[in-house]
Design a binder for this molecule. Structure first.
Ligand SMILES: Cc1ncc(COP(=O)(O)O)c(C=O)c1O
Length: 478
């Protein structure tokens, strides 16, 4: 006889219907949430937790009603804010099952299916990204954690080489590690250094090229000046411009110096999965560790990231927690927990396996190719508008836009900053598409990231038109 409480079944069905309804309406609707945080908080905050519970269906209904006005269309075709993947339905379906199955993805005896799906998804991922097949892969919550894990493995290996056991003895009295990182490195990589006791400030910041990539000459100078063990951090895909560091030249140089090279490739590493774009990241396969996201270009639902390490032993040493009650995997087996900080954790392998299997290598390549072409198209359409300037060479999927003529820029840039802010505000209010802003080379500019799986040429045309008309509405003189 079933022990399942059938009165709960409608809650699951209701959630599925609600999700379908949401996805069906997403395309035509506004891409920006109707309510901001303050309005949402007022809606959610109905007082202390009542003593009486609420029936399953009622609570799911209320959840949907509360959340609906506060949801950005991040899974929609015209959402270009931050770098936001589209939460592909196949990933979502696999993720629902992951929750329904309730597996604890910690280890292979406790969750054999979860561990096996991760092991295979890890192999496919290395194949797709053209990285050495014997690297270890940790399934993390995102690129922030993946960077943390890669840098922890680096710290372990570099200090072990000079006779220091950082896992046992920590950093007190340890030989100093010189960290080289570009001044345009992502804030979360600096944060990972902070978490690891390597410090945000004590790094050697390497100068950036005009496109945000690391300056080769300054990197080589920093290498030559460095003392002791060296950790060099490079980037595949600059957050704003999509620019790549010169891996072909810099990784061998760093290795000649005995450095460990870590690459933050949160979205840019996916260029490797697309034959026509792979040259952008040529030579990156020689690095020692890499971080990338599943919830960006692969379109997995949040949260998903991958930490990839060439020296699997260092990776494992940096992350493993052992206890007598935890079953130990055999030497040839892969325990998911040994490659991430957490023990109990979401079984992320199911959704990764399902989406990789659904898209295949051709599907991922075509998607990356399409997004890059659409980003270029968006840039071209915007650049036709008088007073609109695309600031970056659109090598990948990121587009930076300035509003106002050079005269405005000449007045200290404040006028151009204000115009960009006004256009962004208007675009978000109109809701046809969602664009964000950022500070680039001292100026406030619009920033567009074309990365949602459902974006097509029509979305790009509509979005370019919406941005152009917002600009016409706010520009001086109309
Ligand atoms: C280049 C880069 N590195 C790291 C991150 C952090 O990734 P996550 O937000 O998945 O932790 C991002 C996020 O946009 C990124 O673009």
């Amino acid at each position: 006889m079933s022990r399942f409480d059938e009165s709960l079944a409608p809650a699951l069905q209701q959630a599925a219907e609600s999700a379908l309804r949401y996805r069906r309406e997403l395309h035509g609707g506004p891409q920006c949430a109707a309510e901001d945080y303050a309005a949402q908080l007022a809606r959610w905050d109905t007082g202390p937790l009542p003593a009486q519970g609420l029936a399953a269906q009622d609570v799911i209904r209320q959840l949907e009603a509360h959340a609906a006005p506060g949801l950005h269309a991040t899974a929609g075709g015209r959402f270009f804010g931050w770098v936001t993947g589209g939460s592909h339905p196949v990933g979502v379906a696999a993720d629902w099952l992951t929750s329904a199955w309730g597996q604890n993805g910690a280890n292979l005896l406790g969750a054999p299916a979860a561990a096996a799906s991760e092991a295979v998804a890890a192999r496919w991922l290395l194949q797709l990204l053209g990285l050495p097949g014997d690297c270890s892969v940790g399934f993390a919550s995102g690129a922030t954690m993946a960077n943390f894990i890669g840098l922890a493995a680096a710290r372990s290996a570099l200090l072990a080489r000079v006779g220091w056991d950082v896992e046992a003895d920590g950093l007190f009295g340890a030989p100093p590690v010189t960290v080289l990182i570009g001044e345009e490195g992502h804030a979360t990589v600096y944060a990972a250094l902070q978490f690891l006791g390597l410090g945000q400030r004590r790094v050697r910041r390497v100068r950036a090229r005009a496109d945000g990539g690391i300056d080769n000459g300054d990197f080589e100078r920093a290498l030559a000046e460095a003392d002791g063990p060296v950790l060099a951090i490079l980037q595949a895909g600059h957050l704003h411009t999509g620019a790549f560091d010169d891996f072909t030249r810099l990784i061998p140089r760093a290795h000649e110096r005995g450095a460990w090279v870590h690459v933050d490739g949160a979205f840019g590493l996916w260029a490797r999965a697309c034959p026509s774009k792979a040259a952008l990241a040529a030579g990156v396969e020689r690095a020692d560790s890499w971080a990338t996201d599943g919830h960006k270009w692969l379109q997995l639902p949040y949260d998903s990231g991958f930490a990839i390490v060439r020296d699997a032993e260092a990776h494992r040493r940096a992350m493993t927690a052992a206890a007598s009650y935890l079953p130990a995997a055999a030497a040839h087996e892969r325990d998911p927990t040994h490659y991430v900080p957490e023990l109990s954790r979401r079984a992320r392998g199911f959704a990764a396996w399902a989406l990789l299997r659904h898209l295949g290598t051709d599907g991922v390549a075509a998607m990356v190719e399409r997004h890059c072409a659409l980003a270029r198209q968006l840039a071209e359409l915007l650049a036709r508008e008088r007073g609109v300037t695309v600031l970056n060479d659109v090598v990948l999927n990121q587009v930076l836009v300035r509003f106002g003529d050079e005269a405005g820029a000449g007045r200290g840039g404040e006028e151009a900053d204000a115009l960009a802010a006004a256009v962004i505000e208007r675009v978000q209010r109109d809701g046809v598409c969602f664009a964000g802003g950022t500070r680039w080379q001292g100026r406030w500019v619009m920033r567009l990231s074309v990365i949602g799986f459902s974006t097509d040429a029509d979305d790009i045309r509509r979005s370019a038109e919406a941005i152009s008309s917002a600009w016409r509405a706010v520009r001086p003189g109309g």
